[in-house]
Design a protein around this ligand. Structure first.
Ligand code: BES
Ligand code: MN
Ligand code: ZN
Length: 501
């Protein structure tokens, strides 16, 4: 898909389709008003006849509008003008894209980027429109023998901006959005891949691919033998029941060109989580292929970062592993020695994410990180608490928490902060080891974060539980590509890159 920006008036466009907004009740946007004048009231007549109320997401496709050079005009309902917010804006764009894809228009000039969205500038509107478009057009069909493609797919969209002065801002928004969309697409592609194909070795190959494709990326893989030498007893235990070897990928992006401290992202990469000996119930177990969503998110963010060529140093870790039952598997009751030296009593082999992450989090100490953010589909309790709308954010470092909340607000990839008070730590007490891997039935997302906090004392750290946000179940099952957008926004902000005005 090709994107561009321009600043022109609607009647002068010679396109397959121009897209303009109509507010509720039957009120023309400024651009629609211009078209109406040129067409001698054609549009306002239609509205008066009741063809379009302007409710958010309503669509009306017009052909041969008098005096208009474009072949089609798509009127898009935008709801009440004063109520147009970020979420509605994105929904309107998505709906528009699906409609355009069905009309047979191969190109379109879209004026929705000129709508007023409270507190948002042209940069934001163009970037969000492109991210929403790419999200809407994504499909995972590489494993279908018969692929369904639209007959005349949309190829090109021009977003109009109000003034010529804003053209460079629009172009910057396109560049950023395309890089982020690339990252989101790689995240979705690996996450959607079935677990018989996407195993820890496959994850490592994806990490190697970034190394091959970008000059300033270098990837190293740590295998089980090396993990054993490092003393990663906890990570190794989780993978022991699987014939697929655990592999941890270290993706180094060197953008600063100096030895400034790296930002470190660590992703939980359980390519399948059966629960192990504490086997999960059968219903919906297929969705546990998405238990590598954290690693997919880190991979996506690293991809976007390499595309953007930001002047910072970042290290991405994909902690690849498979949790399976077998006679060789770790069991409830086992006491593991973590790389940090702390011992853990396993009370449930399904609380495996924290056991993999804790060793990865100790491993990254060697990089003397500026900060560490781990990303994980860690707990079902997180889904109960926040559903599919917000990622749970935990951090012992307030400035980092606020930076991440800001990035989530800017990108629309939402996060919500949860407490990490010491009061919850007691739930991890063990009679036999330093602590257990199970916090009991209350506050499961928090006790999981508390577990990780015991391994992150040496640096500034935040934890993102993406169990609810990384994928959608049901009829539209699939990876969401989250939290690539939020992480990349965080990196953009960190690098001091120019964005809006
Ligand atoms: N990967 C799961 C968490 C999960 C469950 C994410 C459902 C998304 C949807 C994790 O490894 C897990 O199994 N957690 C257990 C922890 C419990 C045994 C303390 C859970 O949440 O049930
Ligand atoms: Mn589990
Ligand atoms: Zn898991």
């Amino acid at each position: 898909m090709e994107f561009s920006v321009k600043s022109g008036s609607p009647e002068k466009q010679r396109s397959a389709c121009i897209v303009v907004g109509v507010f509720e009740p039957r009120r023309l946007s400024a651009i629609a008003e211009q078209l109406d004048e040129i067409s001698e009231g054609y549009i306002s007549n239609l509205l008066r006849r009741g063809d379009l109320e302007g409710k958010s997401g309503q669509m009306l496709l017009l052909h041969h509008v008098p005096n208009i050079l474009s072949e089609r005009v798509l009127l898009v309902g935008c709801g009440k003008e004063r109520e147009l917010d970020e979420r509605q804006y994105r929904q309107i764009i998505s709906k528009t894209i699906s409609t355009l894809n069905e009309t047979g228009s191969m190109e379109a000039v879209c004026f929705l980027s000129e709508l007023h969205v409270k507190g948002r500038d042209t940069y934001w509107k163009v970037r969000q429109a492109i991210e929403a478009t790419q999200d809407c057009l994504y499909s995972f069909n590489s494993l279908k023998t018969r692929k369904e493609e639209p007959r005349r797919p949309l190829r090109k969209i021009v977003f109009n901006v109000p003034t010529r002065r804003e053209l460079p801002i629009g172009e910057r928004a396109i560049n950023h959005a395309l890089a982020i969309a690339k990252g989101i697409t790689s995240c979705k592609n690996v996450a959607n891949m079935p677990p018989n194909i996407c195993n820890p070795a496959y994850l490592a190959e994806q990490a190697q691919m970034l190394d091959s494709n970008y000059d300033n990326v270098s990837t190293k893989i740590v295998n089980e033998e090396e993990m054993a030498e490092l003393g990663m007893g906890s990570y190794l235990a989780v993978g022991r029941g699987s014939v697929n070897e655990s592999l941890m990928s270290i993706i180094k992006y060197d953008g600063a060109g100096d030895d400034s401290k790296p930002l470190v992202l660590v992703g939980k990469g359980l390519t399948f989580d059966s629960g192990g000996i504490s086997l999960k119930p059968g219903a919906g177990m297929d969705e546990m292929k998405y238990d590598m969503g954290g690693a997919a998110g880190v991979l996506g963010a690293m991809h976007a970062l390499a595309e953007l060529a930001l002047p910072i140093n970042v290290i991405g870790i994909l902690a690849g592993c498979e949790n399976m039952p077998s006679s060789n598997a770790y069991r409830p009751g086992d006491i593991l020695t973590t790389m940090s030296g702390q011992t853990v009593e396993v009370l449930n082999t399904d609380a495996e994410g924290r056991l993999v992450l804790c060793d990865a989090l100790t491993y990254v100490e060697r990089f003397d990180p500026e900060l560490v953010i781990d990303v994980a589909t860690l707990t079902g309790a997180c889904v109960v608490a926040l559903g599919g709308h917000a990622t749970a954010l935990f951090s012992s470092h307030n400035p980092l928490a606020h930076e991440l909340l800001n990035a989530s607000e800017q990108s629309g990839d939402r996060a919500w902060r949860m407490p990490l008070w010491d009061d919850y730590q007691d739930q991890l007490e063990s009679p036999f080891a330093d602590f257990t891997n199970l916090g009991g039935k209350e506050a499961g997302a928090i006790t999981a974060a508390c577990f990780l906090s015991r391994f992150t004392k040496k640096y500034n750290w935040a934890h993102l539980d993406i169990a609810g946000t990384a994928w959608r179940g049901g009829k539209n099952k699939g990876s969401t590509g989250r939290p690539v957008s939020m992480l990349t926004q965080f990196l953009l902000n960190r690098s001091g890159a120019e964005q809006g005005e």
